[in-house]
Design a protein around this ligand. Structure first.
Ligand code: 4NP
Length: 149
């Protein structure tokens, strides 16, 4: 069974969206989860703006709860998608082997049409930032799902 982990900083804005979007595009033969490099919001629901944006696309992410990324995730997951370079550096810092390091990828690297490399952090902005992030992640997750399904 292929397992995919989505990672951002807080695990309340971007990675919960990536988690919900990819899950909606894959069969039940896949495991999708998400985590944050920080424990700042551990135990919390996704940001209400992410919940609303997902809901407007028919995706329910309100069952998710934030948790911190831990080194053990390298053995639990086949692929670890990070949202930005800072997430990448923080995850790689916990890797022990080349096999661990090879699992970590910037999620937008999966979308050849993406104009940017990193998913911007929408936390301090408005709802339009969350809609923009949703669209970036939706396009990347479509490519990932086509590859995996
Ligand atoms: P995320 O966004 O990494 O996409 O979940 C953030 C959420 C919270 C904070 C920063 C980014 N924060 O500083 O609390």
């Amino acid at each position: 069974m292929t397992s995919i982990l989505m990672v951002c900083l807080g695990n309340i804005c971007r990675s919960p969206l990536a988690h919900g979007i990819l899950e909606s595009k894959l069969s039940e033969h896949f495991i999708v989860d998400s985590a944050g490099t920080s424990a700042l919001h551990a135990g919390e629901l996704p940001d209400q703006r992410s919940i609303s944006e997902a809901q407007s696309h028919g995706i329910d992410i309100s069952n998710q709860r934030s948790r911190q990324f831990i080194a053990k995730d390298f053995s639990e997951f086949d692929v670890i998608y990070v949202m930005d370079q800072s997430n990448y550096d923080n995850v790689i810092a916990l890797a022990k082997t080349d096999e661990d390091r090879a699992k970590v990828k910037l999620i937008l690297s999966e979308d050849p049409n993406a104009q940017i490399d990193e998913v911007p952090d929408p936390y301090y902005g408005g709802a339009d930032g969350f809609a923009y992030v949703f669209n970036l992640l939706d396009a990347a997750c479509s490519k990932i799902a086509t590859k995996l399904n």
